[in-house]
Structure formats: structure tokens, C-alpha cells
Write a new protein. Structure first.
Length: 94
């Protein structure tokens, strides 16, 4: 399954064309986060969910994602700071 509007590199030799798209959801609102996570997972996306800015920053340092859904207003570190830190370290994920 492909994420519309996201340019994901073609699979490497031996990989399936139908590889799962891995997303990072960063949302502190529990109801909204659960709804988004459920909908994305039901549609075949692999998903990690961070509820605080510092947790999102750690996940972005240690994992590869095809896309990030990032809330701006987060506890601990706002989303813009998470994004700036990620880009400063060379992160390119949309």
C-alpha cells in the first residue's frame, strides 16, 4: 500500500512491491490519536504513535519512517521543535 502524495523509493531487489508503509503519528490528544491510529492501521499502514515531543524525537532518531503526521502543540517539546531537530540531523521524511 502506498501513501498518496508521498514519494517512496521503489523496492530493492527481492522486496515485495506491496511493502507496508510505515508512519509515525505524533498526537497527544488520546481520542484523536486513537481514531487516526485505528483508521490508518485498518487501511494497512504500520504505525508508531508518540504522545509527547521528546518521545517523537527519540523515535525519529532510531527508526526509519515513510511519513510523519505531526501535531504542533505537544507536551515536553512542540512539534515545530521536533521537526527542526529532525531536519537539522538530515531527516528527509515528509
Amino acid at each position: 500500500m502506498r501513501l498518496p502524495g508521498v514519494d517512496v523509493a521503489p523496492p530493492a531487489f527481492g522486496e515485495s512491491e506491496d511493502r507496508t508503509v510505515k508512519l509515525l503519528l505524533v498526537e497527544d490528544d488520546d481520542l484523536l490519536g486513537r481514531s487516526l491510529a485505528q483508521g490508518l492501521r485498518e487501511n494497512g499502514y504500520a504505525l508508531d504513535w508518540a504522545r509527547e515531543g521528546p518521545h517523537a524525537a527519540r523515535l525519529l532518531r532510531g527508526s526509519e519512517y515513510d511519513g510523519v503526521i505531526l501535531d504542533w502543540m505537544l507536551p515536553g517539546m512542540d512539534g515545530l521543535t521536533v521537526l527542526r531537530d529532525y531536519r537539522r540531523r538530515g531527516g528527509k521524511t515528509p
